[in-house]
Design a protein around this ligand. Structure first.
Ligand code: AMP
Ligand code: ZN
Length: 459
């Protein structure tokens, strides 16, 4: 396998070589679980799921994707809704697993939760203090960025420039404005754990460094996440892990996906354009969403619109149409390999637009051939490519049966109405409106009355 990946640290595409021959370790920063994942959050999950699938063809992969289940945003959500923190995180962890599963994301090997790794974080922080990279001040522990020469290397920022430009008010306990929190004190009503620095809770960055070390070792092969995490999150992870491990690099390859925007704008609650996967999968087949997410190269921005989904659906119809009605025996199906051109595209820094084009080229060839044995063999190859991409997992007849039904099931509509009601109770009117739009696009009209909402199919 000759896999090339774009490494943010080196700023270019490089040949991937694992630290230990035959084995690969990969860590992906997972969600902070205080709400449902939106379609942008699904992009890293789907893209790096595809990379995991590709790596598993050639290596014994250990892939970890964490849950950040202690965070001030979660505390704020608990205060706002009056729900216990544990209930909130449990609810959204379960929803995340289900929603990503609906997009064909295979469960990673390890899904560590931050709250189950507090002891490892405390140990790492103690090591950093003992070795002069961190200091305690007023119940906080801070990382001293001036102590790490390479600080700023991943995000190509000059520390001095950063500090000179900083206009924000600096907390009095910090030696320098760029120093970041490893540990902070908790008031009695906030989640907290005993530590050498008093009862408190970890900063976000140390969570990932400690979980990666525990499950994957001090130096890992691949670390991935969305582009917004390069600074400060990953820059800080690099500093903590390298300094806790005698200067050994944290990760050999840093991969970052580009951002997804909607109709050329940023997704934001105030604009009412946040699309939640949890709502989308009720009316849109998961493979349509997955293909749409893979239709752009992962490092490029992805501009999402209704057209993105429509064209993904048409593409899947073409692929399913090509294999429909071809009776492939089990052995041929099992033994078939994806075609070389598809693998070559993916090995070139996960070039999914090219990979999809190769699938269409194969489908065209399949549609043209009159030779029955060749048709079967091409269909088996196409389906093997689908297995790798996480597409074409449905039976072709069933795929078209759903498509021709052309309408939402009563259950799906009821579920969406319930979700809309929940959004309204939480005063999340943007989400409530988005669900109404989604239903209306599917030909469902909602009538709000004094005794609740009713729906009818528009003719
Ligand atoms: P969060 O729960 O906010 O930490 O985000 C989880 C993951 O989703 C991180 O890897 C983010 O970088 C990524 N992410 C958040 N918003 C977007 C977006 N609009 N497009 C692509 N990736 C995103
Ligand atoms: Zn992280």
């Amino acid at each position: 396998m000759a896999l090339y990946l774009h490494d943010t640290m080196r700023g270019r595409k490089v040949l991937f070589e694992p630290l230990v021959p035959g084995k690969v370790t990969m860590y992906l920063c997972g969600p902070t679980v205080y709400n449902y994942a939106h379609i942008g959050n699904a992009r890293p999950a789907v893209v790096f799921d595809l990379l995991a699938r590709l790596l598993r063809r050639s290596y014994a992969l250990t892939f970890a994707r964490n849950f950040t289940d202690v965070d001030d945003k979660i505390n704020a959500a608990a205060a706002e809704t009056g729900k216990p923190i544990g209930d909130i995180t449990e609810q959204y962890i379960r929803a995340y697993v289900d929603d990503m599963g609906a997009l064909g994301v295979q469960p990673p090997d390890i899904e560590p939760r931050a709250t189950e790794h507090i002891a490892e974080m405390v140990t790492m922080i103690s090591t950093l203090i003992d070795n002069g990279f961190a200091y305690e001040a007023e119940g906080h522990v801070l990382f001293d960025v001036a102590s790490f020469d390479d600080y700023g290397k991943l995000s190509r920022r000059d520390l001095r420039e950063m500090l000179a430009g900083a206009r924000v008010e600096v907390a009095p306990y910090k030696r320098a404005p760029g120093d970041f929190v490893l540990w902070k004190p908790s008031t009695p009503e906030l989640p907290g754990w005993d530590s050498p620095w008093g009862r408190g809770r970890p900063g976000w960055h140390i969570e990932c460094s400690a979980m990666a070390e525990k499950h994957l070792g001090p130096t890992i092969d691949i670390h991935a996440g969305g582009q917004d995490l390069v600074f400060p999150h990953h820059e800080n992870e690099v500093a903590q892990s390298a300094c806790a491990h005698g200067g050994e690099p944290f990760a050999h390859y840093w991969l970052h996906n580009g951002f997804l925007g909607i109709d050329s704008t940023k997704m934001s609650k105030s604009l009412g354009n946040v699309l939640l996967v949890h709502d989308m999968v009720k009316t849109i087949p998961g493979e349509v969403i997955r293909l749409a997410l893979l239709s752009a190269h992962y490092r490029q921005p992805l501009d999402w619109s209704d057209g993105t989904l429509e064209s993904a659906r048409r593409m899947l119809d073409r692929l399913y149409g090509a294999v429909r009605g071809i009776d492939i025996d089990t052995r041929l199906r099992r033994e078939a390999e994806p075609h070389a051109a598809l693998i070559a595209a993916l090995e070139d820094d996960l070039n999914t637009p090219k990979a999809l084009a190769e699938m269409f080229a194969l489908a065209r060839k399949l549609n043209k051939t009159r030779d029955d044995a060749e048709r079967k063999s091409l269909a088996a190859t196409l389906l093997a490519g689908g297995d790798l991409m996480g597409l074409l997992q449905d039976d072709a007849e069933a795929w078209f049966a759903h498509a021709t039904e052309g309408e939402l099931s009563t259950q799906a509509i009821d579920d969406l109405l319930k979700a809309r009601e929940e959004a309204r109770v939480n005063r999340d009117f943007a989400r409530a409106d988005a669900i109404r739009d989604q239903l209306s696009a599917a030909g469902i009209t909602i009538e709000d009355g004094a005794d609740g909402s009713r729906w009818r199919r528009s003719v």
